[in-house]
Design a protein around this ligand. Structure first.
Ligand code: MN
Length: 262
């Protein structure tokens, strides 16, 4: 991957480094490709919260259907477009094209990107959770950075639908210079030979909507939010708000909701 903007890196904890500043240059390509006056996708750049490393997979019906695998590292989401999506069968290797880093705020995005805009189409939150380093370096984050550089990125997913040990292996760069990787499930108790996990799960992990329902702006949250108290409902609310092409601003959402439930 690209050169590091930070050279020290004793990794004493994520809360000690200026994540916002560190992430800014990494998101330049992401921002250049998008017109934030037209798309509801987040601009990014806020300091990420301390804690575990996030992962998300978004099913994206753009010009070609694909799954976007995003793994948090150093204040951004490292991202790969996986045309056929992940496979939990260890004998199956899935092509994964590395794309520009995305902001961590992208992890709650579900909705539609306007036609004609970069990546125009429907985005579904297909899986999400946290992940940890799966290699042997005693410093986990350093191990992840090295793995990314070496093209041998080992990680353990703790998602709703995907769990266990995985690896991304870099093979070559395509003609445009985009690094190509293979996404492979390691053999462990979560491996399932001959199981089609993308066919098994056709709805949003956040809102249970289908791609068509997301595209149509249908929200199930508006009909089931009477006692919204826990964090999951909050997240779904954000996803539902954005699904309609709106920022998940509380008051706008409340007005929208009032209108829809009439
Ligand atoms: Mn995509």
């Amino acid at each position: 991957m690209s050169k590091k903007t930070t050279t020290r890196k004793k990794s004493t904890g994520r809360d000690t480094k200026p994540a916002k500043v560190a992430a800014e240059p990494k998101l330049a390509e992401y921002r250049r490709k998008r017109d934030f006056t037209r798309t509801a996708e987040p601009e990014g750049g806020k300091s990420p919260k301390a804690g575990q490393l996030a992962f998300v997979i978004q099913k994206h019906a753009a010009s070609h259907l694909h799954y976007d695998l995003r793994l948090e590292l150093d204040g951004v989401m490292k991202s790969w477009a996986v045309p056929k999506g992940p496979s939990v069968d260890p004998s199956v290797k899935r092509l994964a094209m590395q794309v520009e880093d995305h902001p961590i705020q992208y992890n709650t995005f579900e909705g539609t990107i306007p036609k004609g805009e970069y990546g125009g189409g429907t985005v579904m939150l297909w899986d999400r959770g946290t992940y940890i380093y799966g290699g042997t370096n005693p410093d986990p984050e350093e191990g992840l950075r090295r793995g990314l550089e070496k093209g041998d990125f080992k990680f353990i997913l703790k998602g709703k639908r995907l769990k266990g040990s995985w690896v991304l292996v870099r093979t070559r760069s395509d003609s445009s210079g985009k690094p190509q990787w293979l996404l492979i499930k390691h053999k462990d108790e979560y491996a399932k030979p001959d199981f089609d996990v993308t066919a098994e799960h056709m709805t949003s992990v956040a809102t249970e909507r289908t791609m068509d329902e997301i595209a149509g702006g249908v929200s199930r949250i508006w009909h089931s939010n009477r006692g919204e108290k826990n964090g999951d409902d909050k997240k779904s609310k954000a996803a539902g708000g954005e699904a309609d092409g709106r920022k998940s601003d509380g008051s706008a959402y409340e007005r929208l909701m009032a209108r829809r439930t009439r």
